[in-house]
Write a protein that binds this ligand. Sequence first.
Ligand SMILES: NC(=O)c1ccc[n+]([C@@H]2O[C@H](COP(=O)([O-])OP(=O)(O)OC[C@H]3O[C@@H](n4cnc5c(N)ncnc54)[C@H](O)[C@@H]3O)[C@@H](O)[C@H]2O)c1
Length: 441
Amino acid sequence: MTATPAETLRRRIADRSALVGVIGLGYVGLPLALSFVEGGFTVLGFDVDPAKTAAIARGESYIKHLDGGRLTAAVASGRLAATTDFARLAEPDAILICVPTPLTPQREPDMTYVVGSAREVAQRLRPSQLVVLESTTYPGTTDELVRGILERTGRRCGEDFFLAFSPEREDPGRKDFTTTTTPKVVGGVDRLSGDLAEALYAQVVTRTVRVSSARAAEASKLTENIFRAVNIALVNELKIVYEKMGIDVWEVLDAAATKPFGFMRFNPGPGWGGHCIPLDPFYLSWKAREFGVAPKFIELAGEVNVAMPRYVVDKLAAALNDRGRALKGARVLILGLAYKKDIDDPRESPAFEVIHMLLERGAVVSYHDPHIARAPHMRAWPHLPPMVSVPLDAATLAGSDAVVIVTDHSAVDYELVLAHAPLVVDTRGRLRDPHPKVVKA
Ligand SMILES: NC(=O)c1ccc[n+]([C@@H]2O[C@H](COP(=O)([O-])OP(=O)(O)OC[C@H]3O[C@@H](n4cnc5c(N)ncnc54)[C@H](O)[C@@H]3O)[C@@H](O)[C@H]2O)c1
């Protein structure tokens, strides 16, 4: 008796002979591919960017916080390869889609990459293939959009092929949890798809968390990020309120965080950043409109967080004014371009909005970031001039009128900054002790 598509796949997963395809080898896809290689599988990565596939072929990591040795070892083992040839999508038994899910300029989900990937898979879809979407997205994407594209081939989901959603919870730069030790939520479009997807991940992660549907899995990821977005907004708002009252928000948070239950610490900052937190919540607001509901917390969190760069610039202008200087013509050094400390990812970083506002108000702006040598061209700030990271030394610091700590990278010598900069505006609570040169913002 011939095996069913599900049985065939289950066997290949169990003995790790299943070839795993990963579409989109970025911050999410590349570590995921490595986890499967290190778990004993063979992985074929797909990306539209030939520079990335070529780097993988050389065994070189293009993600700074990812240990290059792991990539070199994976390629040397012969179990990791990457290609731009999407015709090879017929080969993998399981295909994990990790492509971008940005917002359009109108702040609506931009599904171009997910749709493009699904169409590429559909063109070569064969029996017993498992497709898992990992990209963060609105509830219903896997079930409605991706399934629709794949079933247009005439093959049936849950019978011929299998489809699930499993959100990526990658936190770039985090050391205490990795792709394999972070519990993996899995939800299938149907029960069998969920079973197979769970069986696959269970081979490489320490814990899988099964939910009843792909929609529930999609919603769980959005909930995690909305929770962060709202709490970041809350502490940013509290920072402004307490500042007016002459209370230091950092001291308050240090104290509140000693409560062993019922409180989770979030830190204020110059806004919000990264590929996820400023974007993902709007995937839910967009979908919610279809159901006649408008989530208020998401919009409010957006309003508060988006206003933070202006708060920082106003604090800087006031501090310069106190010292008899105008912001116009002032030489301002931005410390940190990445959206958070110790990573090289500038996406959606509030630093760009701060720089934009400073330039608009006539300041002369430079930046230093130990992880970003050259400021990339950003779609949202097309008019920003090209910039390269300036060296951080006594002369540069002394030659500036103010330094603004936008991202508190560990590699920066803050004592040097404090010793030589005439004024330091600290948005991250890095310089806690009262100091005549330091203004908290
Ligand atoms: N970066 C994170 O920390 C993080 C965490 C959790 C979830 N996510 C989600 O994961 C998804 C991917 O994010 P990322 O940060 O890895 O993005 P990324 O930009 O780092 O990587 C995406 C990769 O996909 C490639 N790509 C683009 N279009 C493609 C196509 N049509 N076919 C094949 N490859 C294509 C790009 O060249 C790039 O290498 C997004 O939905 C994001 O929201 C990201």
